[in-house]
Design a protein around this ligand. Structure first.
Ligand code: C5J
Length: 224
């Protein structure tokens, strides 16, 4: 540990956060997933399970930005012509309303549509990369690997939604590429609380199978 490393209380053991090499990656905090009246709610989901993550994310972002540490955002979505949407993803779920159809906040999961945008509470600042991803993981078919590599990033604090889908997939992808991931439990959320709990247990199981789990307060305690 040096003076640019801080120790965060975490499970399964403390996370040695290297301030020179750690990015905050905020996954898919998009209006269609989080806002009342959006696509997520239209499918019958209770968005309050996701909305409880907004304030902890806002506090973490504020502290991260105050220390001028790197922040990266992602958005799940597709080109307007849907040329990057696999037929498998399009038909999965057998839903009457599919990706690309008109939903309550514009075309569903299409870039440039109101519902695809990031919620105002966590809106990216100029200079913070926004990675548009067609899949669940942030590494698949994106320039995230180049952004991380060029900034010398070795560790990622992963927040956002949903815990068991895009957050988990990204943590697994990052872990396989050699990144250490820390997930603050109050900054990630799922429409299904039991999936959320189990997904976090999987990350920290067996000595940190995919990474570490903590709480935003434990990170704030050492970076503010
Ligand atoms: C995300 C999803 N962001 N659940 N997408 O997790 O389909």
């Amino acid at each position: 540990m040096n003076d640019r490393t801080v120790s965060v209380e975490a499970e399964p053991y403390p996370f040695e956060l290297a301030l020179d090499a750690c990015a905050l990656l905020v996954i898919d905090m998009q209006r269609d997933f989080l806002e009342p009246g959006g696509f997520g709610e239209m499918l019958g989901n209770d968005v309050s399970h996701l909305r409880r993550t907004i304030e902890p994310n806002r506090a973490l972002l504020r502290a991260w930005r105050a220390r001028a540490l790197p922040v990266i955002h992602t958005r799940e979505g597709h080109r307007p012509d849907l040329s990057d949407l696999s037929p498998a993803k399009k038909i999965r779920g057998r839903s009457k309303t599919q990706i690309g159809d008109v939903g309550p906040m514009g075309r569903i999961l299409v870039r440039g549509e109101p519902g695809h945008d990031i919620i105002p509470e966590l809106y990216p600042l100029p200079g913070e990369p926004v990675v548009d991803k067609p899949g669940k993981g942030a590494f698949f078919a994106t320039d995230l690997p180049a952004i991380l590599q060029h900034r010398g990033i070795r560790q990622i604090v992963v927040t956002g939604v949903t815990t068991e889908v895009c957050v988990h997939t990204t943590v697994r992808e990052a872990n396989d590429r050699g990144y250490d991931c820390l997930v603050p439990a109050d900054c990630v959320g799922s429409y299904f609380p039991e999936f959320h709990e189990m997904a976090l247990r999987m990350i920290k199981a067996q000595g940190g199978l995919f990474g570490w789990v903590s709480h935003s307060e434990q990170i704030l305690a050492v970076i503010t």
